[in-house]
Design a protein around this ligand. Structure first.
Ligand code: ZN
Length: 468
């Protein structure tokens, strides 16, 4: 056994085989014993201990359980207590408390809630009305509307990689408190880039500033400061974009890691190599341009969030991706699929994100399912694509200790579909029930908001007698 371990270490050292679970020195988990209760996000902030989620036990009885670990679907019963999965029973067992709520899901598939690694919850429907686009109240409502499309598509977590002001942080909090229906939100805050960089090209300066979804930074100290600003607002991840100098990206990545956050980067051509060298954790979009960069990503265990789908929509609706200084290379549907195949061949961990800007969220769940089919076109099996959407995405999010699989002890983010999505991805559209953090948020395919439960009446001499 010892020899085997030694051989593995030597092999890793010689070949640079990525160790996905490698602990980052700044990871606060090293300093927390597992009993200390922390926030359910990558910030891992110690919180007041106590139960979370709705009271009682929820039993999803007799479904096909696709647990996201890579194991094939099997008959079983999922038992949820408050906001946690407590056990998975054989279909014949009925070992749950008498007062549990039992939902018969026989014939249906029970799987981990899906994750979308790339959203912009506050982006406007169109960019013509600057006033409305930059209006924070409207941005908040846009976000709330989008959350519904995502949760009704079975997506229980989104990683928001660039949104306006405080909006994504407030949305995160309101979902966490179960005050609005939606998936968990893991926000990056503003997208950090250099003057004229990605997300600022072709956009009037005034709109960029007023929308507050982009933070322009200049020089290593300012890039570091920009990261700290997002951390201060509550960021769960840091999003950086080209262009940047080697010193700027290094400063930003180092700062994010020291604060305990992962970094994801949208950059073009040689900037990707620069970002990977600086220690970026994930590269967005099908952007790597050279085999050298792909091999370096593989060696360093850098993940990819290839997002082929937004570009497919762009090519279909706009005829091409034009006028962007941050996409100065030949870009096509075929080239993007080829890139995904190369990432797979190199052994790079690939996650699923949709990057739906403008009105495209209204196509959901179509684009998400299409992205999974892109994975299948690039060589993944259907079950492997579902594992990418759940387990792998939770790893990229830095939340695999709590999300991504149906296993005892994990948070109860569960999707029930009326079909076999592990055989036919289109069945993912047949969403029946979505449980997020133990709450039944989608029932019968649509958002379900129970009647409010009135709090106990206040004590006041002027209150009607029956309310005292
Ligand atoms: Zn984006």
């Amino acid at each position: 056994m010892k020899m085997k371990a030694l051989a593995l270490i030597l092999l890793t050292a010689v070949l640079g085989v990525p160790n996905w679970t490698q602990e980052r020195p700044q990871d606060r988990r090293r300093f927390l014993d597992p009993k200390t209760q922390v926030s359910d996000d990558p910030r891992r902030i110690v919180v007041k201990p106590g139960p979370r989620g709705p009271e009682g036990t929820l039993v999803l009885r007799g479904g096909r359980i696709f647990d996201g670990t890579g194991a094939p679907a099997h008959e079983g019963t999922l038992v949820i207590e408050r906001n946690k999965i407590v056990k998975i029973l054989p279909a014949s067992s009925s070992d749950w408390p008498k007062d549990a709520q039992v939902i018969d899901v026989s014939g249906k598939t029970v799987l981990p809630g899906l994750i979308d690694l790339h959203t912009h919850l506050t982006y406007p429907l169109n960019e013509e009305n600057f006033g409305l686009a930059s209006n924070e109240a409207d941005a908040t409502l846009r976000g709330a509307e989008k959350l519904r499309y995502f949760i009704e598509s079975g997506i229980t977590s989104v990683r928001d990689v660039g949104s306006q002001g405080d909006v994504p942080f407030r949305l995160k909090e309101w979902v966490r408190e179960n005050r609005i229906p939606g998936p968990r939100v893991f926000p990056a805050g503003a997208f950090i880039t250099g003057e004229g960089g990605h997300s600022t090209e072709n956009t009037p300066d005034e709109l960029i500033l007023r929308m507050g979804a982009t933070r322009l930074a200049s020089g290593p100290d300012d890039w570091r400061q920009a990261v700290r600003e997002q951390f201060h607002k509550g960021a769960d991840v840091i999003k950086l974009g080209s262009h940047f100098s080697a010193e700027e990206i290094k400063a930003a990545v180092t700062e994010a890691h020291e604060l305990g956050l992962k970094v994801t980067v949208d950059s073009e051509t040689f900037y990707i190599q620069r970002a990977v060298e600086a220690g970026a954790d994930t590269i967005e979009h099908p952007l790597p341009r050279s085999e050298e960069t792909i091999q370096l990503m593989a060696r360093k265990g850098v993940a990819a969030d290839p997002t082929l789908i937004p570009y497919q929509i762009i090519f279909d609706e706009w005829g091409g991706y034009f006028g962007s200084t941050s996409r100065r290379f030949t870009f096509s549907k075929d080239a993007n699929l080829e890139m995904l195949k190369r990432l797979r061949k190199a052994g790079i961990k690939c996650g699923v994100g949709t990057d739906l800007i403008l009105h495209w969220y209204r196509y959901m769940p179509g684009p998400y399912i299409r992205e999974l089919k892109n994975f299948v076109d690039a060589g993944w099996s259907v079950p492997e694509a579902l594992v990418a959407a759940t387990k792998t995405n939770s790893e990229i999010l830095d939340m695999d200790d709590r999300l991504g699989t149906l296993q005892a002890g994990k948070l109860a983010d569960v999707l029930v579909v009326n079909g076999k999505p592990d055989e036919n991805l289109d069945d993912l559209a047949k969403v029946e029930l979505v449980v997020r953090d133990g709450y039944q948020v989608v029932v019968g395919g649509h958002v379900a908001i129970p009647r409010h439960s009135a709090e106990k009446a206040w004590k006041s001499a002027t209150a009607p007698a029956e309310m005292k």
